[in-house]
Design a protein around this ligand. Structure first.
Ligand SMILES: Nc1ncnc2c1ncn2[C@@H]1O[C@H](COP(=O)(O)OP(=O)(O)OP(=O)(O)O)[C@@H](O)[C@H]1O
Length: 240
């Protein structure tokens, strides 16, 4: 599986007004990149641009893969809202992509992913009977089930308690090793744990923040992780 780099250069416009940019964002292939920045700066809009979700928007510039091939069919997006269909069970939601593509779902793989997401025994529940954190974990299982080389994550762990958050971060880091991951997060500690690369989007443009020379996922209480968390927090406060 080739995990391409991602490149966005230019602006995203809504009715002629720039929502993002001009900016150049390069996301290295086969690595996990965290994108931080103040609320409303355009992080989700950039993620959606890579996913091809630009209804009502126009792109003045280029968005695509470093290998020059189309991104369509190579990306999985986990959006901020869980997007689970309320009339389907957790299990049916995980395999929804296969259903839509008229492919035979792999029920065993879906069940195993739900179990790894801590949802064993809840496969038959509909989203309305799951907690917010359980729904978010089902949405993560669905994203991993898609098995794409490019994975776009928008605040994927935001509804989770500390222990589940660390577990799901570890699960995603393992499952997505070698893929191109672009992960939008508000949490500097999460970026310090997970990022092979870290980018900060501010009105001044994009800054690259070098992560520590430690393999990810890093221990949340490692001195390097804590030091980087502090540095990122300071930069976010200064950007606000
Ligand atoms: N379809 C749209 N039409 C018009 N404006 C939009 C549209 N989508 C987003 N915006 C605006 O574009 C800007 C960027 O929004 P976006 O959701 O990308 O920000 P964000 O950095 O992800 O914010 P947050 O951290 O709060 O999720 C915001 O000002 C938002 O109001």
């Amino acid at each position: 599986m080739i995990a391409p780099a991602l490149i966005f250069e230019g602006r995203v416009l809504a009715r002629g007004r720039a929502l993002v940019g001009p900016v150049r964002l390069e996301v290295p292939g086969g690595r996990w990149t965290c994108l931080l920045g103040p609320s409303g700066i355009g992080k989700s809009t950039l993620l959606h641009a890579f996913a091809g979700l630009t209804d009502g928007l126009s792109i003045d510039g280029t968005v695509g893969a470093g290998d020059g091939r189309p991104l369509a069919g190579r990306t999985a997006l986990m959006a901020q809202a869980d997007g689970l269909l309320p009339w389907l069970t957790a299990q049916e939601n995980v395999v929804l992509g296969d259903r839509l593509r008229r492919r035979r779902p792999d029920a065993e793989r879906a069940r195993a992913l739900l179990a790894r997401a801590g949802l064993a025994g809840l496969e038959g529940r509909k989203p309305g009977a799951l907690s917010g954190g359980q729904r978010q974990r089902a949405a993560l299982a669905r994203t991993l089930y898609e098995d794409r080389p490019v994975v776009l994550l928008d605040e994927p762990f935001s509804a989770l308690d500390v222990a589940n958050r660390a577990r799901m971060q570890d699960l995603a880091a393992r499952a997505l090793a070698g893929r191109t991951v672009l992960h939008v997060t508000h949490d500097p500690a999460e970026a310090a744990r997970l990022g092979h690369a870290i980018r900060l989007l501010t009105p001044q443009g994009i800054a690259a923040i070098p992560p520590p020379d430690l393999p990810a996922p890093r221990a949340p209480d490692h001195a390097c992780t804590l030091e980087l968390t502090g540095r990122l927090t300071r930069q976010l406060l200064e950007a606000a």
